[in-house]
Design a binder for this molecule. Structure first.
Ligand code: GLA
Length: 405
């Protein structure tokens, strides 16, 4: 496609993305697709959101102390400084009935101080607070009130509480299409005047990648993840299908991270985190950050992998080669760099090769190779291909930088 993207590029630049000189390359379908989107105008999500969410580890067993202690832990572990900023309460924070004035009410025994006090606490730590509601009559887990029919009142309440992020689920609806229901809350949130990150959680049922950019800052592309290798791997595949629809302002969401929840090996969790980072997925931690092992910290705290996720170019990396269970995933980064993952999904150690022509490099291009898990720049330069031996269920992840720019 020719450079029809220029007008939108100007808009992106005005949105302070700061990556002039890398966008108008015309031949990249992802960029062309992205630049013709009309984005939700709340200015949020210019890079994928980072933070924590209560659901994967705690499900309904939550209270305000857990939220506060999690905020404390994000600060004390240094994770806040790495970019993890949202502290998101999932389902089960509310009373079963609305107040007489129709407002949602925090559960009196588990959130006795109320959500505004919690927001104040979280903000005092330099973090942001997220909350959960549902685009139906009741939420998913315990049938607390949903926001259908109460969108403006609930959006106003969230804004009054100084909430910064809304995850909006899709249970117990009136049967209408998500594409019709989700914009109602978008408009209500915009009307409050408070910038609230809008996370669409309709599990990919209505192909939200095709309309989500106009409605939300992220959209789930899959049903719920669970803490198993199969679930994690299959979510990566499902999310990959929609890669061309992601970009600054709106991201595909293959669900929250399971890293640190046990039962899955360290190599598998490393694969999980690497793929989510490359796919520009929201990096929402799903374990108990108050008691993370050092192994979990090393994975979630890998600043070099996080930097791939937060790269200002904002192009979702994709699966580019598959030979049996050996795969290469790759995507462009700012400053003409390329991120590459060699992923061994098989049960035995194997050699995997990334060919330049498959990952967007000229075969003659000479590059320096940075290994993001070893934190090591490899000796010498590479031309044409990169081959490595990869353990079962493991990844190797690299950034390739051209020698001659
Ligand atoms: C749905 C969502 C999950 C979680 C639960 C809460 O299943 O997809 O992420 O929010 O509801 O009940």
């Amino acid at each position: 496609m020719a450079c029809v993207c220029c007008e939108s590029v100007v808009i992106f630049l005005l949105l302070a993305l700061g990556f002039s000189g890398v966008v108008c390359n015309g031949g990249d379908s992802a960029l062309s697709e992205r630049s013709s989107r009309s984005l939700l105008q709340n200015g949020l999500g210019m890079t994928p959101p980072m933070g924590w969410n209560s659901w994967n580890h705690f499900q309904c067993d939550i209270n305000e102390n857990i939220i506060k202690e999690t905020a404390d832990a994000l600060v004390s572990t240094g994770f806040k400084d790495l970019g993890y900023e949202y502290v998101n309460i999932d389902d089960c924070w509310g009373e079963f009935k609305r107040a007489e004035n129709g407002k949602l009410v925090p559960n009196a025994s588990t959130f006795p101080s109320g959500i505004k006090a919690l927001a104040d606490y979280v903000h005092s730590k330099g973090l942001k607070l997220g909350i959960y509601s549902d685009a139906g009559y009741y939420t998913c887990a315990k049938a607390q009130p949903g926001s259908l029919g109460y969108e403006q009142l609930d959006a106003d309440t969230f804004a009054e509480w100084e909430v910064d992020y809304l995850k909006y689920d899709n249970c117990n609806t009136d049967g209408s299409k998500p594409e019709a229901r989700y914009p109602i809350m978008r408009d209500a949130l915009l009307k409050t005047g408070r910038p609230i990150f809008y996370s669409l959680c309709e599990w990919g049922v209505d192909q939200p990648a095709t309309w989500g950019g106009k409605v939300g800052n992220s959209w789930r592309t899959t049903k719920d993840i669970n803490n198993t290798w199969d679930s994690i791997s299959s979510r990566a595949d499902l999310n990959n299908r929609w890669a061309d629809y992601a970009g600054p302002g709106g991201w595909n969401d293959p669900d929250m991270l399971e890293v640190g929840n046990g039962n899955v090996s360290r190599e598998e969790y490393r694969s999980h985190f690497s793929l989510w980072a490359l796919m520009k997925a929201p990096l929402l931690i799903g374990c108990d950050v108050r008691s993370m092992s050092s192994g979990t910290r090393d994975i979630l705290g890998n600043a070099e992998v996080i930097a791939v996720n937060q790269d200002p170019l904002g192009v979702q990396g994709k699966k580019v080669t598959k030979y049996k269970q050996l795969e290469v995933w790759a995507g462009p980064l700012s400053d003409n760099r390329v991120a590459v993952i060699l992923w061994n999904r098989s049960e035995t150690r194997a050699m995997i090769t990334a060919l330049w022509e498959k990952i967007g490099l000229d075969p003659e291009e000479e590059v320096k190779v940075r290994n993001l898990w070893k934190h090591r720049t490899e000796a010498g330069t590479h031309k044409g291909k990169l081959t490595a031996s990869v353990k079962p269920h493991a990844v190797k992840m690299y950034i390739l930088t051209k020698i001659h720019q």
